[in-house]
Ligand binder design. Structure first.
Ligand SMILES: [Zn+2]
Length: 266
């Protein structure tokens, strides 16, 4: 029987000054900058005042109502079909993330985790998942699924990709599903994800590329808050943000890719 080495838990850090937070009564406190963050129903709210005011948060409020049905087969598959990714399913995307994280133990970041759709599926006794999302509705739904399914090794917190509540170089891997195209500044967000990752740690992303006959992306492409990528552009962003070994796989306009945190250039 193989022994499972216990994973050292990661402490949440202040999203502003990145110092580890200390636990108080239903709050997490930063002794560096004196900010206090509430814990609601076991979910720390680590959005800073700046992120609270952002337009992205306004969008998150609009999707809160989707939380209870987000993972339902009909809804999820409808979205995938509209995106021209009829061969893809929640299960095939979960397999992609599992493959990207193959052999990875320790701690994994799930950016824009929604109701922990994939986080729940990649967490294990030897792999702790930290799921971050700006929508409290999605996180509450995720917490309910986690409790119902008895998933171990997953912790959720409300936070922004642009101010991740973690210290530098703590994660052994990261995933981000269905959200990269929604981040206002792609390079900034990728750089912030890279900051929290160890060198060589894998990143698995599911997003969309521009073009194709898909009606939904033509429609979304006209929206200023959705970014449909070109592959060379995306590779450039990843390089700028500190990733290398870009490995894309396209199905219509549906893109999954992996990359690795590069050795920092001195
Ligand atoms: Zn602080």
């Amino acid at each position: 029987m193989s022994e499972i080495t216990p994973i050292k838990p990661i402490s949440f850090a202040c999203p502003k000054c990145k110092r580890p937070l200390h636990s108080g009564e239903n709050v997490l406190q930063c002794s560096e900058c004196n900010r206090t963050y509430r814990i609601e129903g076991g979910i720390p709210d680590l959005l800073s005042g700046d992120a609270q005011a952002s337009s992205v948060l306004q969008m998150a409020k609009k999707v809160d109502f989707l939380a209870p049905i987000y993972e339902s087969r009909l809804w999820y598959q409808l979205l995938l079909n509209l995106a021209g990714a009829g061969g893809s399913s929640l299960r095939s995307i979960a397999s992609f993330h599992a493959e990207t994280l193959k052999g990875i133990t320790g701690s994994v970041l799930d950016v824009a985790c929604g109701p922990a759709t994939y986080g729940r599926r990649i967490a294990s006794p030897s792999r702790s998942v930290y799921g971050i999302d700006i929508s409290m509705g999605m996180l509450r739904q995720g917490a309910a699924y986690i409790a119902r399914e008895g998933v171990v090794g997953i912790q959720l917190a409300r936070g922004s990709v642009d101010e991740l509540p973690f210290e530098n170089a703590v994660f052994d891997g990261a995933i981000c599903s269905g959200a990269l195209h929604l981040f206002p500044d792609t390079v900034h967000s990728l750089r912030e994800i890279a900051r929290t990752m160890k060198v060589d740690a894998p990143l698995g992303v599911q997003t969309f590329v521009a073009g194709g006959k898909s009606g939904i992306m033509r429609l979304l492409g006209r929206r200023r808050d959705v970014h449909a990528f070109e592959l060379p552009e995306l590779e450039q962003y990843l390089t700028e943000a500190g990733f290398d070994r870009f490995l894309p796989k396209l199905e219509g306009i549906f893109l999954t890719f992996s990359a690795r945190k590069a050795m920092p250039r001195s």
